[in-house]
Ligand binder design. Structure first.
Ligand SMILES: [Zn+2]
Length: 132
């Protein structure tokens, strides 16, 4: 486990519980969203299977686009859910709220907007620059 200089930034158990509750709530929301999106994409597929006989080119193009949209939505939801899962793990480890890159405390204002953030703005930008 990483040792941090937690002076002035140490979280009380009550605070950690509060954060856990809100992270968990978002996680559950995303799970529900995912289930719903899966169901919708299955409906899409059923419609497609039962309805291809009289299709012209334009119709099947639209359906492919709809299916792509549905798949990228599923991926987005899973990615976001994984971020919250990761944040919960870090909360359990006691490293939540500290940057994964430079271990500096992540500003509370940033965590309020992005509760699943695991890197400070500088490290996140560096990472994105490297990935680009
Ligand atoms: Zn950082």
């Amino acid at each position: 486990m990483l040792v941090h200089d937690t002076v002035g930034t140490a979280r009380t158990t009550a605070e950690a519980d509060q954060i856990r509750t809100s992270l968990r709530a978002r996680y559950d929301e995303l799970s529900a969203e995912y289930e719903q999106a899966v169901m919708q994409s299955q409906v899409l597929r059923l419609v497609e299977v039962g309805d291809t006989a009289g299709d012209d080119q334009a119709d099947s193009g639209t359906k492919t686009a709809e299916r792509d949209t549905a798949q990228s939505l599923l991926r987005t939801i899973l990615d976001r859910r994984a971020q919250f899962e990761h944040a919960l793990t870090r909360l359990d480890e006691g490293t939540y709220g500290f940057c994964e890159g430079c271990t500096a405390p992540i500003p509370v204002e940033r965590l309020e907007i992005y509760p699943s953030a695991t890197a400070c703005v500088t490290c996140k930008q560096n990472r994105e620059r490297r990935a680009a």
